[in-house]
Design a protein around this ligand. Structure first.
Ligand code: GLP
Length: 245
Protein backbone atom coordinates (compact mmCIF):
# COMPACT_ATOMS: atom_id res chain seq x y z
CA UNK A 1 0.00 0.00 0.00
CA UNK A 2 1.56 3.29 -1.08
CA UNK A 3 0.58 6.45 0.75
CA UNK A 4 0.82 9.91 -0.75
CA UNK A 5 0.24 12.84 1.51
CA UNK A 6 -1.13 16.22 0.40
CA UNK A 7 -1.52 19.45 2.33
CA UNK A 8 -5.19 19.84 1.45
CA UNK A 9 -8.14 17.73 0.36
CA UNK A 10 -8.27 19.70 -2.84
CA UNK A 11 -4.66 18.88 -3.70
CA UNK A 12 -5.33 15.18 -3.11
CA UNK A 13 -8.45 15.20 -5.32
CA UNK A 14 -6.70 17.12 -8.09
CA UNK A 15 -3.81 14.69 -8.02
CA UNK A 16 -6.23 11.77 -8.31
CA UNK A 17 -7.82 13.44 -11.34
CA UNK A 18 -4.35 13.84 -12.93
CA UNK A 19 -3.65 10.14 -12.33
CA UNK A 20 -6.89 9.17 -14.05
CA UNK A 21 -6.25 11.54 -16.96
CA UNK A 22 -2.84 9.91 -17.48
CA UNK A 23 -4.36 6.42 -17.39
CA UNK A 24 -7.11 7.33 -19.85
CA UNK A 25 -4.60 8.84 -22.25
CA UNK A 26 -2.78 5.53 -22.20
CA UNK A 27 -5.96 3.47 -22.55
CA UNK A 28 -9.01 5.49 -23.72
CA UNK A 29 -11.42 2.58 -23.19
CA UNK A 30 -10.31 2.10 -19.59
CA UNK A 31 -12.70 0.23 -17.29
CA UNK A 32 -13.04 2.45 -14.25
CA UNK A 33 -14.72 1.58 -10.94
CA UNK A 34 -16.24 4.66 -9.33
CA UNK A 35 -17.27 5.78 -5.84
CA UNK A 36 -19.76 8.33 -4.58
CA UNK A 37 -19.81 10.44 -1.41
CA UNK A 38 -18.65 13.92 -0.53
CA UNK A 39 -14.96 13.12 -0.86
CA UNK A 40 -14.79 12.54 -4.64
CA UNK A 41 -16.88 15.56 -5.67
CA UNK A 42 -13.80 17.70 -6.18
CA UNK A 43 -12.15 14.83 -8.10
CA UNK A 44 -15.08 14.61 -10.52
CA UNK A 45 -15.12 18.38 -10.94
CA UNK A 46 -11.45 18.44 -11.84
CA UNK A 47 -11.82 15.51 -14.24
CA UNK A 48 -14.72 17.27 -15.97
CA UNK A 49 -12.67 20.47 -16.17
CA UNK A 50 -9.78 18.65 -17.82
CA UNK A 51 -12.11 16.94 -20.29
CA UNK A 52 -13.76 20.23 -21.21
CA UNK A 53 -10.37 21.86 -21.62
CA UNK A 54 -9.54 19.14 -24.16
CA UNK A 55 -6.81 17.59 -22.01
CA UNK A 56 -8.45 14.17 -22.20
CA UNK A 57 -11.29 12.41 -24.02
CA UNK A 58 -13.46 10.53 -21.54
CA UNK A 59 -16.01 9.46 -24.17
CA UNK A 60 -14.73 5.88 -24.49
CA UNK A 61 -14.50 5.11 -20.78
CA UNK A 62 -16.45 2.22 -19.33
CA UNK A 63 -17.52 2.73 -15.73
CA UNK A 64 -18.93 0.60 -12.95
CA UNK A 65 -20.24 2.23 -9.82
CA UNK A 66 -19.46 0.52 -6.56
CA UNK A 67 -22.84 0.49 -4.92
CA UNK A 68 -26.46 1.70 -4.80
CA UNK A 69 -29.24 1.98 -2.26
CA UNK A 70 -31.91 -0.65 -2.51
CA UNK A 71 -35.39 0.66 -3.28
CA UNK A 72 -34.43 3.95 -4.90
CA UNK A 73 -34.64 4.58 -8.63
CA UNK A 74 -32.29 6.55 -10.89
CA UNK A 75 -34.36 9.72 -10.67
CA UNK A 76 -34.47 9.71 -6.87
CA UNK A 77 -32.24 12.54 -5.64
CA UNK A 78 -30.74 10.25 -3.01
CA UNK A 79 -29.66 7.56 -5.45
CA UNK A 80 -26.01 7.20 -6.33
CA UNK A 81 -27.10 7.08 -9.95
CA UNK A 82 -28.51 10.58 -9.56
CA UNK A 83 -25.27 11.71 -7.90
CA UNK A 84 -23.19 10.33 -10.74
CA UNK A 85 -25.34 11.92 -13.44
CA UNK A 86 -25.14 15.23 -11.66
CA UNK A 87 -21.44 15.30 -10.84
CA UNK A 88 -19.98 13.41 -13.76
CA UNK A 89 -21.89 11.70 -16.55
CA UNK A 90 -24.12 14.58 -17.57
CA UNK A 91 -21.09 16.88 -17.47
CA UNK A 92 -19.00 14.76 -19.81
CA UNK A 93 -21.84 13.35 -21.92
CA UNK A 94 -20.75 9.72 -21.50
CA UNK A 95 -23.04 7.48 -23.59
CA UNK A 96 -25.47 5.70 -21.23
CA UNK A 97 -24.45 2.23 -22.34
CA UNK A 98 -20.90 2.82 -21.09
CA UNK A 99 -21.89 3.75 -17.53
CA UNK A 100 -22.85 0.71 -15.48
CA UNK A 101 -24.87 0.81 -12.28
CA UNK A 102 -26.47 -1.57 -9.89
CA UNK A 103 -30.23 -1.13 -10.21
CA UNK A 104 -31.69 -0.28 -6.80
CA UNK A 105 -35.18 -1.03 -8.11
CA UNK A 106 -34.38 -4.48 -9.49
CA UNK A 107 -37.23 -6.93 -8.81
CA UNK A 108 -34.66 -9.64 -8.17
CA UNK A 109 -31.80 -7.94 -6.28
CA UNK A 110 -29.79 -11.14 -5.97
CA UNK A 111 -30.04 -11.72 -9.72
CA UNK A 112 -29.06 -8.07 -10.23
CA UNK A 113 -25.85 -8.65 -8.25
CA UNK A 114 -25.02 -11.67 -10.41
CA UNK A 115 -25.73 -9.67 -13.56
CA UNK A 116 -23.28 -6.99 -12.37
CA UNK A 117 -20.51 -9.49 -11.76
CA UNK A 118 -21.07 -10.93 -15.25
CA UNK A 119 -21.00 -7.44 -16.79
CA UNK A 120 -17.69 -6.60 -15.11
CA UNK A 121 -16.22 -9.88 -16.33
CA UNK A 122 -17.56 -9.28 -19.87
CA UNK A 123 -15.57 -6.02 -20.03
CA UNK A 124 -12.44 -7.89 -18.98
CA UNK A 125 -12.51 -6.75 -15.34
CA UNK A 126 -11.89 -3.36 -13.77
CA UNK A 127 -8.63 -1.64 -14.70
CA UNK A 128 -8.72 1.01 -12.01
CA UNK A 129 -10.97 1.11 -8.99
CA UNK A 130 -11.33 4.48 -7.28
CA UNK A 131 -12.41 4.18 -3.65
CA UNK A 132 -13.41 6.30 -0.71
CA UNK A 133 -13.54 5.02 2.85
CA UNK A 134 -16.32 5.17 5.42
CA UNK A 135 -15.57 6.52 8.88
CA UNK A 136 -16.10 2.96 10.16
CA UNK A 137 -13.64 1.51 7.65
CA UNK A 138 -16.15 0.38 5.04
CA UNK A 139 -15.35 0.32 1.33
CA UNK A 140 -18.22 0.45 -1.16
CA UNK A 141 -20.97 -0.61 1.23
CA UNK A 142 -19.00 -3.50 2.74
CA UNK A 143 -19.75 -2.82 6.37
CA UNK A 144 -17.66 -3.99 9.36
CA UNK A 145 -18.79 -7.31 10.79
CA UNK A 146 -17.75 -10.81 11.67
CA UNK A 147 -17.84 -11.91 8.04
CA UNK A 148 -17.97 -10.41 4.56
CA UNK A 149 -19.36 -11.54 1.26
CA UNK A 150 -16.83 -11.76 -1.51
CA UNK A 151 -18.83 -10.77 -4.59
CA UNK A 152 -21.54 -8.20 -5.33
CA UNK A 153 -24.34 -8.68 -2.80
CA UNK A 154 -27.14 -7.17 -0.75
CA UNK A 155 -25.93 -5.41 2.41
CA UNK A 156 -27.63 -4.18 5.53
CA UNK A 157 -26.41 -0.68 6.28
CA UNK A 158 -25.14 0.20 9.74
CA UNK A 159 -26.73 3.10 11.63
CA UNK A 160 -23.56 5.22 11.35
CA UNK A 161 -23.53 4.71 7.57
CA UNK A 162 -27.19 5.71 7.31
CA UNK A 163 -26.38 8.81 9.32
CA UNK A 164 -23.38 9.60 7.11
CA UNK A 165 -25.62 9.38 4.02
CA UNK A 166 -28.54 11.33 5.51
CA UNK A 167 -27.81 14.47 3.51
CA UNK A 168 -28.94 12.64 0.38
CA UNK A 169 -32.31 12.02 2.02
CA UNK A 170 -33.31 15.47 3.31
CA UNK A 171 -30.91 15.12 6.24
CA UNK A 172 -33.05 12.39 7.79
CA UNK A 173 -31.20 9.10 8.56
CA UNK A 174 -34.54 7.33 8.96
CA UNK A 175 -35.25 7.93 5.28
CA UNK A 176 -31.95 6.38 4.20
CA UNK A 177 -32.68 2.87 2.93
CA UNK A 178 -31.75 0.06 5.30
CA UNK A 179 -30.26 -2.00 2.52
CA UNK A 180 -28.03 -1.49 -0.46
CA UNK A 181 -26.29 -3.40 -3.23
CA UNK A 182 -22.52 -3.33 -3.25
CA UNK A 183 -19.57 -4.84 -5.03
CA UNK A 184 -17.95 -7.27 -2.63
CA UNK A 185 -14.43 -6.99 -1.28
CA UNK A 186 -13.41 -9.74 -3.73
CA UNK A 187 -14.88 -7.74 -6.62
CA UNK A 188 -12.90 -4.70 -5.48
CA UNK A 189 -9.69 -6.68 -5.00
CA UNK A 190 -10.17 -8.03 -8.54
CA UNK A 191 -9.38 -4.59 -9.98
CA UNK A 192 -5.92 -4.36 -11.50
CA UNK A 193 -5.13 -1.15 -9.65
CA UNK A 194 -6.80 0.60 -6.71
CA UNK A 195 -6.65 4.31 -5.89
CA UNK A 196 -8.22 5.52 -2.67
CA UNK A 197 -8.99 9.14 -1.81
CA UNK A 198 -9.40 9.79 1.93
CA UNK A 199 -9.67 13.28 3.35
CA UNK A 200 -10.80 14.91 6.57
CA UNK A 201 -10.19 14.10 10.23
CA UNK A 202 -13.29 11.90 10.49
CA UNK A 203 -11.43 9.39 8.31
CA UNK A 204 -8.16 9.44 10.28
CA UNK A 205 -8.97 6.51 12.56
CA UNK A 206 -10.21 4.27 9.73
CA UNK A 207 -7.18 5.16 7.61
CA UNK A 208 -4.78 4.25 10.43
CA UNK A 209 -6.50 0.90 10.94
CA UNK A 210 -6.52 0.21 7.20
CA UNK A 211 -2.81 0.93 6.87
CA UNK A 212 -1.55 -0.69 10.08
CA UNK A 213 -3.69 -3.77 10.03
CA UNK A 214 -4.44 -6.30 11.35
CA UNK A 215 -6.46 -7.70 8.46
CA UNK A 216 -9.98 -7.97 9.79
CA UNK A 217 -13.54 -7.95 8.52
CA UNK A 218 -14.15 -5.42 11.30
CA UNK A 219 -12.23 -2.96 9.14
CA UNK A 220 -13.08 -4.00 5.57
CA UNK A 221 -10.55 -1.49 4.16
CA UNK A 222 -7.73 -3.40 5.91
CA UNK A 223 -8.27 -6.20 3.36
CA UNK A 224 -6.90 -3.85 0.69
CA UNK A 225 -3.48 -4.78 2.08
CA UNK A 226 -3.91 -8.05 0.19
CA UNK A 227 -3.75 -6.17 -3.12
CA UNK A 228 -0.38 -5.57 -4.77
CA UNK A 229 -1.18 -2.17 -6.29
CA UNK A 230 -3.00 0.20 -3.95
CA UNK A 231 -2.27 3.90 -3.69
CA UNK A 232 -3.91 5.99 -0.98
CA UNK A 233 -4.10 9.74 -1.49
CA UNK A 234 -4.51 11.51 1.83
CA UNK A 235 -4.80 15.04 3.13
CA UNK A 236 -3.04 15.99 6.36
CA UNK A 237 -6.20 15.53 8.45
CA UNK A 238 -6.88 11.98 7.24
CA UNK A 239 -3.22 11.09 7.81
CA UNK A 240 -3.14 12.60 11.29
CA UNK A 241 -3.36 9.33 13.23
CA UNK A 242 -0.84 7.38 11.21
CA UNK A 243 2.09 8.20 13.46
CA UNK A 244 0.30 7.18 16.66
CA UNK A 245 0.76 3.77 18.18
C1 GLP B 1 -20.67 5.84 1.30
C2 GLP B 1 -20.27 5.07 0.05
C3 GLP B 1 -18.79 4.78 0.02
C4 GLP B 1 -18.01 6.05 0.35
C5 GLP B 1 -18.33 6.46 1.77
C6 GLP B 1 -17.62 7.74 2.20
O1 GLP B 1 -21.16 5.04 2.32
N1 GLP B 1 -21.00 3.86 -0.10
O2 GLP B 1 -18.44 4.29 -1.26
O3 GLP B 1 -16.63 5.83 0.23
O4 GLP B 1 -19.72 6.69 1.87
O5 GLP B 1 -18.33 8.87 1.81
P1 GLP B 1 -17.87 10.35 2.05
O6 GLP B 1 -16.87 10.63 0.99
O7 GLP B 1 -19.10 11.17 1.90
O8 GLP B 1 -17.29 10.41 3.41
Amino acid sequence: MRLTLFATARDAADSLARHVVAFVREKPDLVLGLPTGRTPIRFYRELVRQARAGAVDLGRLVTFNLDEFLGVGPRHRGSYRFYMERHFFRQIGLPGDRANFLDGMASDPRGECERYERAIAAFGGIDIQILGIGGNGHIGFNEPGSWLEVRTHIVELRPETRRANALLFDGDPVRVPREALSMGVGTILGARRILMLATGKEKARAVAKMVRGPLTTDVPASLLQLHADVEVLLDAAAASRLDRA
